[in-house]
Design a protein around this ligand. Structure first.
Ligand code: DAT
Ligand code: MG
Length: 149
């Protein structure tokens, strides 16, 4: 059993794709255990995308992800991290297969609709960046305040 962090990015929220995206993961058998609409701060965005700090697109990426509300979610399921990445499709939507979220809804790498953690370590780090300890407890990600994810 795994938990992961999925987020509908500002383009997906603006285009009213939240329901469609949530339904895909529910249909696949995963369970939504926590969610909130939020506008993220620049500091939080820079922490989230810290691994891309040196990339030429970093500034644009932070501008985009803070440009409007995102829909931040906590999901639970077996093999969730690997399967959710497959369901999202390749980072560049032009290379994403039809039937995947990015392959169905996006054409531009800078606005690719959804984020999903790429490993258990990123899921832990990203969940902690977006959700409070109380929220992680309520979602069942933590079973006591002293737990790790
Ligand atoms: P992913 O979101 O599939 O995990 P990533 O971690 O490599 O992909 O990159 C994070 C985000 O940065 C990605 O969703 C969109 C943006 N990005 C990646 N490569 C880019 C590029 N070459 N030009 C513009 N934005 C890019
Ligand atoms: Mg990534």
């Amino acid at each position: 059993m795994q938990h992961t962090f999925l987020m509908v990015k500002p383009d997906g929220v603006r285009r009213q794709l939240i329901g469609n995206i949530v339904r895909r993961f529910e249909n696949r058998g995963f369970v939504l255990v926590g969610a909130k609409m939020m506008t993220i701060s620049r500091e939080q965005a820079e922490r989230h995308y810290g691994q891309h700090k040196e990339k030429p697109f970093f500034g644009e990426l932070v501008d985009f992800i803070t440009s409007g509300p995102v829909f931040a979610m906590i999901w639970r399921g077996d093999n969730l991290i690997e399967v959710s990445r497959i369901m999202m499709g390749k980072t560049n939507p032009l290379e994403a297969a039809p039937g995947t979220i990015r392959g169905d809804f996006a054409t531009y790498v800078g606005e690719n609709v959804i984020h999903g953690s790429d490993s258990p370590e990123s899921a832990e780090r990203e969940l902690e960046n977006f959700f409070s300890t109380d929220e992680l407890l309520a979602a069942g990600v933590l079973s006591s305040a002293t737990d790790r994810i």
